[in-house]
Design a protein around this ligand. Structure first.
Ligand SMILES: C[S@@+](CC[C@H](N)C(=O)[O-])C[C@H]1O[C@@H](n2cnc3c(N)ncnc32)[C@H](O)[C@@H]1O
Length: 207
């Protein structure tokens, strides 16, 4: 499993080496539901929020702007994506820490237990490793803390599923049942995209 995890991390670093520079300019056309999920986060004062697979810092910047009393950590395995995140969150650098690490079973020790762990279009790329990452999030969260997830759900189109696999994304409706079994559901939603070519899911659950 160790070497499979290393291969996954290597694949991500290689893939995002070329995609990091065009990521924000292109992904808004299909990574739906990210802003909506941020509106469903619990709104306690002074929260510590961790985004796993934070990519270019798109969500971290939005959250830091909206919640001046929250602190953040972003974790990502791709140095090229983190370089973008560092620029995107530079204004908030006092409150946003970035870590270049893979996330999974015991792989990384957070500076403190988070109130919220966010996975935004990350878990469907943890192949293998998505179950271990969910389990690790459960262990890392404070008692009563929340997990928030937005990601691809499924597709009725085999060609589209194949194409997404070529882009390291698994689209088998596999995340929601595990999340719902592990966390107390607070909010969940499944939406159709691009006239039904695929569906995406959102979930907020409490430990
Ligand atoms: C599709 S991007 C999502 C970026 C951002 N969360 C967003 O919503 O735009 C997936 C990110 O997950 C990161 N990632 C993939 N596997 C990872 C792992 N095992 N540990 C940490 N980050 C990982 C990738 O490097 C990439 O930046």
């Amino acid at each position: 499993m160790e070497s499979a995890n290393n291969t996954q991390a290597q694949n991500m670093r290689r893939y995002y080496k070329w995609h990091a520079a065009v990521y924000d300019a292109t992904r808004w056309t299909f990574l739906f539901g990210r802003k909506t999920l941020l509106h469903h986060l619990p709104t306690g004062a002074g929260q510590f929020v961790v985004e796993v697979g934070c990519g270019t810092g798109h969500n971290l910047r939005l959250m830091a702007r909206r919640h001046p009393d929250w602190r953040f950590a972003g974790i990502d395995v791709s140095p090229d994506m983190l370089a973008q995140a560092s620029k995107a969150t530079a204004t908030f650098s006092r409150r946003v820490q970035l870590f270049g690490q893979p996330y999974g079973a015991g792989a990384f020790h957070l500076p403190e237990a988070p109130d919220v762990i966010l996975f935004s279009y990350a878990l469907t790329m943890f192949n293998p490793g998505w179950e271990a990452a969910i389990e690790q999030a459960w262990q890392d969260l404070k008692p009563g803390g929340h997990i928030a997830v937005v990601d691809f759900h499924d597709t009725p189109a085999p060609t589209f599923r194949w194409w997404m696999e070529q882009n390291h994304v698994r689209m088998d409706g596999h995340l929601l049942p595990v999340l719902e079994a592990k966390f107390r559901p607070v909010w969940r939603d499944v939406h159709s995209a691009w006239g039904g070519i695929w569906r995406y899911m959102s979930f907020v659950g409490q430990k």
